[in-house]
Ligand binder design. Structure first.
Ligand SMILES: Cc1ncc(COP(=O)(O)O)c(C=O)c1O
Length: 398
């Protein structure tokens, strides 16, 4: 059961103006909220050699990426597409860190040719593939800094991704065979972790493993910092995390470069999905509200713990309400057991904190084209992605 509504990030007149201008449903990103969250995270880690890289897996809109760029952040890429968008947004290749999985020959070759700054490998096989390609092209393309994504089951639980510490010496040899060094370790705690201790408790273990690398220069500590989707939920404590990490890195004998690559923690809060009520019915004292968007316009519930805050400007007594999407998919609930006033067709609802894994995880399931995206800066707004129409459904069909 969700609780009574939290504050609305946009005033009703502005929401109405946006919807009249751009139509329903609509992703709205608020520049000031994003800048505020970037500034808060940036200030939280006093360690002197820290660089933040925005994890664009969460949101690939290049106008939003440019806000990170202007704030002095680099970009973190999970895939070649993430790199492509980062370059389009204007990030210098050297400011891009890649930590992905399972690239084929052509993709790995492209990675080298893009000239990005750091590549963290998921397996020795991927490292070998890179080195093979590098050997053939090293006269033309200088290689990135190389790192290993750490697989530490005793810390993060079983994961398909990463290289165990027992494989480090073999990795060093593979890199050496083409004249390269492994200088980095990438650690990813797991996404959406609000418990600060889940990070602070493992810093020592991670640093100990890093010392196994003879040429260790950088530590990339993720990714994975949670966002409290529930307004009464526990939030990840950046101050405590920053202090403990700084303290521990300052004790390391050599000067290590620290990379932090937050995704949702940075961008979730700035996004709101505006949607319109198209149907209301009652089942006993429960209100069943149909809206003109769908879970296919958003991420799957597992990404946000199954809960999103849905609010309205309308006042009145609250009723348990299911907010249902505009498809027949049996799981098309935007929200279950929300507390909302009695609604009418045409009322506007705001689905909060959809900036991360929202549009980025949307799909054309049930053949619904995707909403438009708008950037709101104070009361100025501009379209930053056009609404799709039905042509997207057959564009590439032959
Ligand atoms: C390597 C890596 N870094 C960063 C992120 C962003 O994670 P989050 O949004 O949980 O911060 C991800 C998400 O999948 C990731 O795989």
């Amino acid at each position: 059961m969700s609780v009574i509504n939290s504050a609305l990030p946009i005033s009703l007149p502005v929401a109405e103006e946006l919807l009249i201008t751009y139509g329903f449903p609509l992703y709205v990103y608020q520049g000031e909220i994003l800048r505020h969250s970037i500034a808060q995270i940036s200030l939280s880690i006093p360690y002197s050699s820290t660089k933040f890289h925005f994890a664009t897996v969460t949101n690939g809109n290049i106008q939003l990426l440019r806000i990170f760029l202007a704030a002095g952040w680099g970009l973190h890429a999970n895939s070649p597409g993430d790199i492509y968008l980062g370059l389009k947004a204007g990030f210098a290749p050297g400011e891009i860190v890649y930590s992905g999985s399972n690239l084929n020959w052509e993709e790995m070759q492209q990675l080298l040719r893009w000239g990005i700054g750091k590549v963290n490998f998921d397996s020795l096989a991927q490292l070998s593939l890179f080195c093979q390609i590098y050997q053939g092209e090293k006269e033309v393309f200088s290689g990135p800094k190389l790192g290993l994504r750490l697989n530490l089951p005793e810390v993060t639980g079983a994961s398909r991704i990463g290289v165990g510490p027992e494989e480090f010496s073999e990795a060093v040899k593979i890199a050496q065979s083409v004249g390269l060094k492994i200088t980095g370790v990438h650690f990813y705690r797991g996404t959406g972790t609000n418990a600060t201790q889940a990070f602070t408790q493992v810093i020592d273990s991670v640093i100990n493993v890093c010392q196994l690398l003879p040429h260790w220069e950088y530590l990339d500590f993720g990714g994975g910092f949670g966002y409290p989707y529930h307004h009464q939920g526990i939030a990840f404590d950046w101050e405590i995390f920053g202090q403990e990490l700084t303290e521990k890195l300052n004790r390391v004998e050599r000067k290590i470069e620290l990379i932090i690559e937050p995704g949702r923690a940075a961008i979730a809060s700035c996004g709101t999905l505006l949607t319109q009520v198209v149907s209301v019915k009652w089942q006993g004292n429960k209100q069943i509200v149909g809206v003109d968007t769908t879970v296919a316009n958003l991420s799957v519930p597992s990404v946000h713990g199954g809960y999103r805050e849905i609010v309205t400007w309308k006042q009145g007594n609250y009723y348990p309400t299911d907010v249902c999407g505009n498809t027949t998919y049996s799981r098309d609930y935007l929200g279950k057991n929300c507390q909302l006033p009695a609604l009418e067709i045409g009322d506007i609802l705001a689905i909060l904190a959809v900036g991360a894994y929202g549009y980025a995880m949307s799909s054309h399931f049930l053949h619904r084209p995707l909403p438009a995206e708008v950037l709101l800066e104070k009361n100025n707004h501009r379209l930053i992605r056009q609404r799709e129409d039905y042509t997207v459904l057959w564009n590439n069909q032959l």
